[in-house]
Ligand binder design. Sequence first.
Ligand code: FES
Length: 140
Amino acid sequence: MKNEPAQSTQDARAAADSPYDHWVFWCESSSCRFSGAAESRAALVAALRAQGTSNVAVVRSGCLGLCGAGPNAVTYPEGTVYLHADREHADRLAANLARGTPDQLLAVKTPAWYREHLVARLGRIVEHLVSRLRADEGGR
Ligand code: FES
């Protein structure tokens, strides 16, 4: 099963104006937080900085409905799902996120319909976040 990004008008709009090529939504809700989500996100951000990556946005999120396998994360526009995204995987995740390629060891295979639904929902969130970024830039 290929892990390709879903294409929609929403995706195209969000991607066109985004200052980032890739987004990762990192669950820090209760179960994932208990499993070390804050520490693994911090390790990922440090790894992205260490490799000089500036095209990836890391966004804390609420529950992704994948509790029990945390820390969990999903990406946009790829729609890759990561379970057990522990801090020891930060370097390899950072490298894959910068390229927009799913990490072959950590990515979970998902049905196309699920990925398309996920990407469409994330596209609306990214569009909202990008519009807020642009508004903040205009207010400076
Ligand atoms: S608490 Fe992280 S997926 Fe539910």
